[in-house]
Design a protein. Structure first.
Length: 202
């Protein structure tokens, strides 16, 4: 087991992305900046090359929506913790599986439209995904095609609509109840008017 750490001093000669990758592959553990060569702007670029994607990775890992990237053939390449939670599965078991494994037969046409739609813009559709415990989660899925170094991958973001659907159902139930009460009141008024008219004739 190696105990020594490899410390590399970075300057203008090692500021390209490929040079940094080579240093990492060669075993670099720590990088320090040599500020005696080049100017501060050069060293800011080195910092950007090594850490620019970190904030985005943290956002995707911790956002409330489920996110998954799939190949053009629908193979899961990446899944964040929230999508695994939506589905009730182990996140590590998702990579390498077909995305269709996580959708019911009835929902496959919706998923196919999301995956095979036009390659420009973002496509959206509601999709109900089954959980491993047999329950279902209504979601809004946004699908976007991305070009990653010449390879097309599709990013799917799943927003849980459970609360929205519950609110919509409550509003519909309240509206139906109000309609029934209005009809009952109108029927009651008609009966009362009929009784009053009948009493007047007597």
């Amino acid at each position: 087991m190696r105990r020594a750490k490899i410390v590399c001093t970075l300057g203008p000669a090692t500021s390209s992305a490929e040079n940094l990758r080579e240093l990492v592959r060669a075993g670099m553990d720590v990088a320090r900046l040599n500020l005696s060569h080049g100017d501060h702007k050069d060293h800011e670029q080195v910092y950007t090359l090594t850490s620019a994607d970190r904030p985005y990775r943290v956002i995707v890992e911790n956002m409330g929506e489920g996110a998954v990237t799939v190949s053009e053939n629908g193979v899961v390449l990446y899944a964040n913790p929230q999508i695994a939670d939506f589905l009730g599965v182990d996140r590590n078991s998702m990579a390498g599986r077909d995305i269709t494994d996580y959708v019911s037969m009835e929902q496959l046409p919706v998923l196919a439209d999301l995956l095979m739609g036009p390659e420009t813009g973002t496509r959206r559709a509601e999709l109900t995904v089954p959980r491993s415990d047999g329950s279902e989660v209504p979601t809004l899925v946004a699908a976007t095609d991305l070009d990653v170094e010449g390879v097309t991958v599709r990013c799917l973001v799943f927003t849980d609509l459970t609360m929205q659907k519950l609110v919509e159902q409550k509003v519909a139930d309240d509206s139906a109840r109000a309609e029934r009460m209005l009809v009952a009141a109108e029927v009651n008024d008609t009966i009362v008017q009929g009784l009053v008219a009948a009493e007047m004739l007597l």
